[in-house]
Design a protein around this ligand. Structure first.
Ligand SMILES: *[C@@H]1O[C@H](CO)[C@@H](O)[C@H](O)[C@H]1NC(C)=O
Ligand SMILES: *[C@@H]1O[C@H](CO)[C@@H](O)[C@H](O)[C@H]1NC(C)=O
Ligand SMILES: *[C@@H]1O[C@H](CO)[C@@H](O)[C@H](O)[C@H]1NC(C)=O
Ligand SMILES: *[C@@H]1O[C@H](CO)[C@@H](O)[C@H](O)[C@H]1NC(C)=O
Length: 509
């Protein structure tokens, strides 16, 4: 940091002067995070005095960061924030207080920070202060080392790992950003039940719910951290969608971007046997290629976080990555702008930083669940290689019909599921995209769906083969390739190969 620019006295000035300085709402709004405003939608109820003080501190942090193009703040600023807010309730004395552990620990708070240290989310101080405290030594590197050791050193499965009894009321589908959220949304259904929901539930409610919190019988409540605010409207992060059966009360829960949290999350209930879970995973290097191509587009619709500049956002990235990414533009650009301004090699390196925390969580979960009978892990590649075979193995898994029990013909409900799902096949969408690029038409929109919407998806969510090939070569020249990606790819492969569930239900590959 530029020495001699202590920030926290500035904070105190704001604290003392706050109510006089802020003469009107417009002046206040100009200091607020745009992401916060997007989430809140309007300005009423924003003037709570304690929060106002905090927001001003946040604005001071933002200005400091932008002015000095550095996120390495005076440590006193970060420690002053929780002290001023009298948040010492969880530790007995200030001597026991450790900022990284109590305010930032990603194993407890993911990328959100403790709400007592950072009452507002999203805000600049969460990112700035946590990046500062977690990067020396690097939290991410340490976490990756622990995971890699457990994957590569622990070849033999412990045969007597306790297997929980599994209930059958909940059927879960879980994916990460760029590991099949779009595809699984089509299969589960967005506003009306999709093919998979129609297969699994007798009488699905014709209505999707997006609850932040829900109750899983005998397992407890799933409460989203920060009251569901990590859910970025319209639902790109840590969302859940549910459909339920009116007769049996069975539920389908579609879950995206699981968070780590002190509170048990949906994935924790599932691991304990609350139901069967389809875990959609993807080869890390493909996640990065796909993420880079998608995030680099100058989209004016869709994922809002791509366009946030105050503070800039990289979705569920780790704090240290946030700091390393946005230092490149002096903390004055959005993620999408940054990618548009970088060469593809630089951009691919940035996308590796952005997605490494998701990749770590994905690999951790895949490894923890590798031998559980009630979790089926399916890589995205499988849908591309053998769409029908992959759908059949998913259907067999949810209906508990091992592959050898089945006669040569799939039952009629499975065949119907296949027929209804064809439009969502990645290779079909890809060919549709290629037709469009040649100036042809792709008129095969799903029944009841807008053709324009279908075509939009075909052009934004699926990358062209040639472009992917070129970018893959670029990816191999990035520093991340030397240090991280080949190991991450190998880790996923090792985990999937060790999974007996995939064999039992006849999954391809
Ligand atoms: C603004 O937010 C308040 C509280 O959340 C809500 O009651 C009110 O209807 C909102 N106003 C508008 C115009 O959306
Ligand atoms: C991105 O789109 C916006 C709005 O359409 C436009 O103003 C801006 O110039 C575009 N940026 C680039 C780099 O093309
Ligand atoms: C992108 O690069 C141009 C030219 O170097 C520069 O003027 C602009 O400020 C940059 N934008 C961002 C968001 O970094
Ligand atoms: C997949 O299943 C659908 C529906 O039964 C069928 O029309 C299609 O030909 C199958 N595709 C392949 C590659 O077998």
């Amino acid at each position: 940091m530029p020495h001699g620019v202590p920030l926290w006295p500035l904070l105190l000035c704001f604290h003392l002067a706050s109510t006089q300085v802020i003469a009107n709402t417009r002046q206040l709004v100009s200091l607020l995070s745009e992401q916060f405003l997007t989430i809140k939608g309007n300005f009423s109820g924003l003037l709570d005095p304690q929060l106002l003080r905090y927001r001003l501190a946040s604005a001071a942090a933002a200005r400091h960061t932008a002015r000095h193009a550095a996120a390495e703040l005076d440590v006193a600023f970060c420690e002053a924030a929780p002290r001023m807010l009298e948040t010492k309730t969880e530790w007995k004395s200030i001597d026991q207080f450790d900022f990284a552990t109590h305010c930032c620990d990603p194993a407890k708070f993911d990328s959100l920070g403790h709400e007592k240290c950072f009452p507002e989310w999203p805000s600049w101080p969460v990112r700035i202060c946590c990046a500062h405290h977690l990067s020396k030594p690097s939290y991410f590197k340490a976490a990756w080392k622990v995971l890699a050791l457990s994957i590569f050193d622990d070849e033999v499965l412990e045969e007597d790992r306790p297997r929980p009894p599994v209930q059958n009321q909940v059927k879960g589908i879980m994916a990460y950003h760029k590991s099949g959220v779009t595809l699984s949304t089509e299969l589960v259904g967005n506003v009306v039940p999709g093919p998979l929901t129609r297969l699994l539930l007798k009488d699905p409610e014709e209505k999707v719910m997006v609850p932040h919190d829900f109750h899983v019988t005998k397992f407890g409540d799933h409460n989203s951290p920060r009251g569901g605010r990590p859910v970025i409207t319209p639902f790109f992060q840590a969302f859940t969608r549910t459909f339920s059966d009116l007769y049996t009360q069975d539920m389908i829960i579609h879950f995206s971007n699981p968070l780590k949290s002190r509170e048990p999350q949906f994935q924790d209930f599932m691991r304990q046997g609350a139901g069967k879970l389809l875990h959609l995973v993807r080869r890390p290097s493909d996640m990065i290629l796909s993420g880079y191509i998608y995030h680099r587009q100058n989209l004016t619709t869709g994922e809002e976080w791509l366009r946030f500049r105050n503070p800039p956002d990289c979705l569920s990235c780790d704090h240290e990555a946030w700091s390393d990414i946005f230092r490149l533009c002096g903390f004055r650009c959005s993620y999408s702008e940054l990618l548009q301004n970088l060469t593809s090699q630089q951009g691919l390196q940035v996308e590796q930083l952005r997605s490494r925390w998701d990749i770590l969580k994905m690999l951790e979960n895949a490894h923890a669940w590798r031998d559980l009978d009630h979790v089926l892990q399916v890589p995205m590649e499988s849908f591309r290689q053998d769409f029908n075979g992959t759908l059949l193995c998913i259907a067999r898994f949810f209906f508990s019909r091992p592959v050898e029990d089945e006669s040569a013909d799939a039952p009629p409900e499975f065949r119907q599921f296949l027929e209804e799902s064809q439009l969502h096949s990645p290779s079909f969408i890809e060919s549709c995209r290629e037709t469009l690029q040649r100036g042809g038409r792709c008129a095969a929109a799903p029944p009841g769906e807008d053709e324009a919407k279908f075509v939009y998806r075909a052009t934004t969510h699926v990358a062209a083969k040639l472009e992917k090939k070129r970018l893959h070569a670029e990816l191999r020249r990035t520093p991340g390739w030397r240090h991280f990606l080949p190991f991450a790819d190998a880790a996923l492969e090792a985990t999937l190969q060790g999974s007996p569930t995939r064999r039992i239900f006849g999954c391809p590959g």
